[in-house]
Design a protein around this ligand. Structure first.
Ligand SMILES: Nc1ncnc2c1ncn2[C@@H]1O[C@H](COP(=O)(O)OP(=O)(O)OP(=O)(O)O)[C@@H](O)[C@H]1O
Ligand SMILES: [Mg+2]
Length: 356
């Protein structure tokens, strides 16, 4: 163990290994709701944006999952709630053995130390007036590593891990002096610097040139394997998922509508929305950049007044009137860890019913 990790272990009480519950899940989300209140008009209550509405999710150490869905379906809201940037409106989130719904100050600091966060826009994520070394030293300082030499040693180590070498060429560079891909490597280095157990990557390559997307995804994959990290990979693009996710959650309008192991979801796609999403995927391989991405026909629904029944029914070609537009489908079991919330599968066993 390096000095740096020993020092962190002193700063933070219980080592995470001792903390992850009996069944080995480091993250368990149960019936999560995240609603945003709309600004009131005079005295009139304007309603809520139901950004996440009844999501369950489980993740073990070393597992990688992808959350896939088109723009506005609640992916970032979900991720920000795991980081407790948002506060849950309902349901529970248990992370590393602890319910995090109501954490405050020191509790939040400990939580965020254990979760590395990579966001979509690397330039926006980096303070423009700080050089790479200052950016990467900051989390170490905040977490009580007082010895400058140890901090610098860790910064160098993590820059090597994200393949920014020779390190001396980069330490004194400012974000605007780096390419998009290099900026994202710095963001990844910062996410890794406190040795997290979970990495959340929210559209980590969607703002990058096609030519560097695959490299960045491969880097994330390597880090995941070397550190036995749990990873939540958020994307609107199913094609990039195969670069590392073992399990896929498809989200639509704030809800998970299908989940399955990666190849199962791709080959045995069940939900009509997943079919549409799959038909619309691009390929992150630069050889195929010209294959333009389409989205499924129609508009995603309002999350303030979502459609009754199945939220996808207004766009669904296979709608059963009187059922799909009336009653929210439960989660049906298709076997092989594959479930779907769609009335087409009503002859299958129910694994979860939802409150209306
Ligand atoms: N702080 C907020 N206040 C009010 N509404 C919000 C807030 N954050 C998100 N929303 C709304 O919640 C819904 C879900 O947004 P979210 O950003 O989670 O979607 P997303 O799936 O990440 O989309 P994208 O693919 O475009 O990033 C949207 O309707 C959005 O406008
Ligand atoms: Mg988002």
């Amino acid at each position: 163990m390096t000095d740096y990790i020993e020092e962190l272990a002193e700063v933070n009480s219980v080592p995470s290994e001792l903390n992850d519950g009996d069944d080995g899940f480091i993250l368990e989300i149960d019936g999560l709701k995240v609603y945003f209140e709309l600004r009131k008009r005079g005295f009139q209550h304007a309603g809520f944006v139901q950004a996440v509405d009844g999501v369950d999710l489980k993740l073990k150490r070393g597992e990688t999952i992808a959350i896939v869905g088109e723009s506005g379906c609640g992916k970032t809201s979900l991720m920000k709630t795991i980081l407790r940037i948002n506060t849950p409106t309902g349901g529970t989130i248990t992370f590393d053995g602890e319910v995090i719904n109501k954490l405050r100050s020191q509790g939040l600091k400990n939580l965020r130390r254990k979760i590395g966060f990579v966001q979509q826009d690397p330039y926006g994520a980096l303070a423009p007036f700080m050089d790479v070394q200052t950016i990467l030293e900051e989390p170490l300082k905040i977490n009580g590593i007082k010895d400058r030499k140890k901090r610098v040693a860790r910064v160098r180590q993590v820059l090597e891990e994200v393949r920014m070498t020779p390190v001396d060429d980069f330490l004194r560079k400012f974000p605007h002096q780096l390419s998009g891909g290099q900026q994202q490597r710095v963001v990844i280095a910062r996410a890794m610097i406190l040795n997290p157990i979970l990495l959340v990557a929210d559209e980590p390559v969607s703002m990058l040139d096609a030519s560097v997307r695959v490299e960045i995804l491969k880097l994330l994959r390597t880090l995941q394997e070397e550190h036995n990290l749990a990873v939540i990979y958020i994307t609107h693009d199913l094609a990039t998922v195969r670069y590392f996710s073992e399990y896929i959650y498809v989200m639509y309008a704030g809800q998970v509508i299908e989940k399955a192991p990666e190849s199962q979801l791709i080959n045995e796609t069940a939900h009509p929305y997943s079919h549409a999403l799959l038909a619309a995927t691009s390929d992150p391989d630069p050889k195929n950049v010209d294959e333009f991405q389409k989205v499924p026909a129609g508009e995603p629904p309002s999350l303030v007044t979502p459609p009754a029944g199945c939220r996808f029914h207004p766009r669904c070609e296979l709608i059963e009137k009187g059922l799909c537009d009336v009653k929210r489908p439960p989660e049906f079991d298709l076997g092989n860890k594959h479930t779907v919330t769609c009335w087409l599968f009503k002859d299958r066993p129910i694994v979860r019913e939802f409150e209306e």
